[in-house]
Design a protein around this ligand. Structure first.
Ligand SMILES: [Zn+2]
Ligand SMILES: [Zn+2]
Length: 117
């Protein structure tokens, strides 16, 4: 309940939208399968983000392929969940999150290889 209130206060979820039964256990299973931030690789302050928000399409609230693990730990100085999941505003959804994560990981990998060389 506290978490839910926090979500509403931070405007992550509009008030009055109920979470589907089974969301909590699905979330737990998802974090077990994907325990790292897809963007920065961090292990803390993880959120299971909905690519299509559950208040926009409730039928996809529990869809495994609609989920992605993103963190709020600011490991690289930014909130991965807020910036990549929501383009800086929790009221927005970023429909290109998969592509952005893909390219970020790719460029990061290339940069790290260069650093190591
Ligand atoms: Zn989110
Ligand atoms: Zn992260």
């Amino acid at each position: 309940v506290i978490r839910r209130l926090k979500d509403i206060l931070q405007r992550k979820a509009p008030a009055g939208v109920r979470r589907a039964a089974g969301w909590r256990s699905l979330r737990r299973r998802y974090l077990k399968a994907y325990p790292q931030c897809a963007l920065c690789g961090g292990w803390t302050k993880l959120e299971v983000h909905h690519k299509v928000p559950f208040h926009v399409d409730p039928t996809r609230e529990l869809a495994w392929d609609n989920l992605i693990t993103l963190c709020e730990a600011k490991r690289f100085g930014v909130n991965c969940h807020l910036l990549f999941g929501h383009l800086g505003n929790y009221r927005r959804a970023n429909e290109h999150v998969d592509a952005m994560v893909f390219w970020f990981r790719r460029y990061l990998g290339a940069a790290e290889e260069e650093d190591a060389a």
